[in-house]
Ligand binder design. Structure first.
Ligand SMILES: NC(=O)c1ccc[n+]([C@@H]2O[C@H](COP(=O)([O-])OP(=O)(O)OC[C@H]3O[C@@H](n4cnc5c(N)ncnc54)[C@H](OP(=O)(O)O)[C@@H]3O)[C@@H](O)[C@H]2O)c1
Length: 204
């Protein structure tokens, strides 16, 4: 493991142009954490909001700071020999939200419970797009709304990162799904399980 790595950092809240790629110390895992080589990092709206001084910027303890929660990559160091994800395992997951971002980097330290084996059907880029958006959708559709047969659910922003997972989960659990999106996404949302698709650009 190199002592320094490349990471995308910012020195103060501001525009996206303030992001720069530079060398920073490689984080060291402690206790049950894994060290993962990041192959792909997911980008979520909260990253941009935080970079601009909103979002969860209050959780930033020091600058320069590295954004990013979602990742997909390969385990470099596991905490013990018989760990279920030994070095070389392809994994994806999310570093703890909102305190410790940092996946816009070559390496990330991740708690064991925040990691899952990457499905072979997904590329690293695809897997890195899943965790935060899918867990948000799971929280609202499954844990809060308790999606079930006979239930009608309306999902706004249905073609977005969170929305397209919400549509699929709601349909999977048997709900009747209505979804709003722009015209280019109407057919796609039907494919994902929406029974009614509404073009929000056509609404007065
Ligand atoms: N990503 C996450 O993990 C996450 C977690 C928690 C909270 N959030 C919050 O949830 C919101 C959505 O996040 P996201 O990641 O899903 O964003 P996103 O991928 O940018 O999706 C937003 C979607 O909203 C749709 N949209 C735009 N204008 C609309 C309108 N007037 N009416 C209806 N739909 C409209 C767009 O679809 P069309 O192009 O089809 O119009 C777009 O796909 C953000 O505020 C974000 O901060 C996100």
């Amino acid at each position: 493991m190199p002592e320094v790595m490349r990471a995308v950092v910012f020195d103060a809240p501001g525009e996206a142009t303030a992001l720069l790629t530079t060398a920073v110390p490689t984080p060291a895992p402690v206790l049950s954490e894994l060290l993962v080589r990041v192959v792909a990092a997911g980008v979520n709206p909260i990253d941009a909001k935080t970079r601009a001084g909103r979002g969860v910027s209050g959780a930033i303890e020091q600058f320069p700071s590295t954004l990013g929660y979602d990742f997909s990559g390969v385990v470099v160091r596991a905490p013990y020999e018989t760990h279920p994800f030994p070095a070389g395992t392809e994994v994806f997951g999310m570093v703890p939200f909102p305190r410790s971002g940092g996946t816009y980097a070559q390496y990330a330290v991740v708690p064991t419970l925040s990691v899952a084996r990457k499905p072979s059907a997904l590329s690293h880029v695809e897997a890195a797009g899943v965790p935060l958006a899918a867990l948000t959708a799971w929280g609202l559709v499954v844990e809060t709304a308790h999606a079930h047969e006979g239930q009608r659910i309306l999902i706004h922003g249905a073609s977005g990162g969170v929305g397209h997972f919400a549509v699929q989960l709601a349909a999977y659990f048997g709900a009747h799904v209505s979804a709003t999106c722009s015209p280019r996404n109407l057919a796609w949302l039907r494919e994902l399980g929406a029974s009614v698709v509404i073009d929000h650009t056509a609404m007065a």
